[in-house]
Design a protein around this ligand. Sequence first.
Ligand code: FES
Length: 248
Amino acid sequence: MDDDQQQRKTSSPATSLPPVSVAAQPQPSTASVPAKGPLISRRVFLVGALGASALLTVASVAGSGGILGPLFPPKEPPTVIAKATDLESKYQAAVSSSDVYTALGDPSNTKEYFSQFFYWPYTISDSPYYKNIVVRLPDDNLGVQLTDRSTVYTAPTGGRFVAYNTTCVHLQCLVNPGFAGTPGSGQFRLQCPCHGSQYNLADGVPVAGPAYDLGLLPLPKVELSIDASGNITATNIQGQIGVGRTSQ
Ligand code: FES
C-alpha cells in the first residue's frame, strides 16, 4: 500500500454511520408561518384614505349635524341687536347737553353713549372678532357729511344708523368710536388703539393710519333692517372679518 492509498483509507468516513438521505432531513415547516408581506395592499390603503378624506370633507361642511359640528357653530339668524329709540334718545340728550363730540367715544357715558357694541352672528365665546358696533349717526351739521348714503339706514322712528364689524383690517385689533379734530370741523370715526388707523364713521372707509396708507379695504358692514317700533335687526355681514369689504 502506497502513501496515497494509506491516506485515502484513514480519511474516509466511518462505515458504521448510516447514510442520511436529503429527503429524510427535517425541514422547517412553512405551513404554520404566514407568508410575510404588506398587511394591506397599497390599493386597499389608497381607497381607504380617499374614503376617509371624502368623509371629513362632507362632515366639515355639514354644519352642526356633522361629526365636526362642534368646531363649526351655526350662525345666529337675523337678530334684534339694539333699539333705535334708545340710541335716538341718548343722541338727543348728548346734543342738548353739548356733549355729542365726547359722548360717542366714552363708553362710561351710559346716559348719552349713542352707539352700542354687539356680537353677531357668533357669540364672543365662539370668536372675539365678531364684535360689531351700531351707531346713531350724528347729523350733518355736527360733522358727518354723507357723500354716499347707501351704507346708512334711516329709522322710521327717526335718526340714521350704521353698523360695522370692529375688527381693524390692518392687524385685527378692535376699533372704537371717537371724534377726530375740533368740534365743527372734525370727523366722527372708528379708531384703532394699536397703530392708529381711523375709519370714517359714515361709510367705514379708512381715512388715516396704516389702513389708509396701505390702501386697505373699508370695514365689513353689518346690514340692518329697522322696523316701525325701532327694533334694529342685523341681517347680514358684507365683507370678510379682518379683511374688509369690496362693495358698498
Ligand atoms: S391693527 Fe389697527 S391700525 Fe394696526
